[in-house]
Design a protein. Structure first.
Length: 151
């Protein structure tokens, strides 16, 4: 299993954390997608990811009712996994297409890493307004070890 990236979006739809592990697969044009990208591209990617998740989540709720939940979707090149916390944080994990459901993994990241290292940290800000992301070394190290243990 290959993990490409992990995103966290807050309740204000801001991307507050991004971490990449493996380069993305080649695009349909044959150009490698792992080329160094300007910072604005990363921001644009986060906006596109959130917009896709938001639209698909709303479509699932309209078609299936409030009890149905959007969990993941797969394309020919990647699989996107989604988990929404009770505090309206949205965790998104992008993996290769062969990976199984990562809902439990995202839940474990929330419970064992986010809550322990960010929520319980008295120095961590409650809100991340203005694009201020999560800057917590213990969270980042724990997340990196956890994801590398899955690969």
């Amino acid at each position: 299993m290959t993990v490409y990236s992990f995103h966290i979006f807050d309740r204000h739809t801001e991307c507050i954390y991004v971490k990449s592990w493996a380069p993305r697969p080649e695009s349909s044009s044959g150009m490698p997608a792992a080329m160094p990208q300007p910072v604005s591209t990363t921001s644009d990617d986060a906006k596109l990811i959130f917009g896709t998740v938001f639209s698909l989540r709303n479509m699932v709720r309209k078609l299936g009712g409030d009890d149905d939940a959007f969990i993941s979707y797969r394309t020919g090149q990647y699989k996107l996994h989604f988990y929404e916390t009770p505090a309206n944080l949205r965790f998104v994990l992008i993996t290769d297409t062969a990976s199984p459901s990562m809902r439990n993994v995202l839940h474990q990241i929330y419970i064992n890493l986010w809550v322990e290292y960010v929520v319980k940290n008295p120095l961590a800000p409650v809100e991340h307004r203005g694009g201020d992301g999560v800057k917590n070394e213990l969270f980042e190290l724990g997340l990196d070890q956890f994801i590398r243990g899955l690969m």
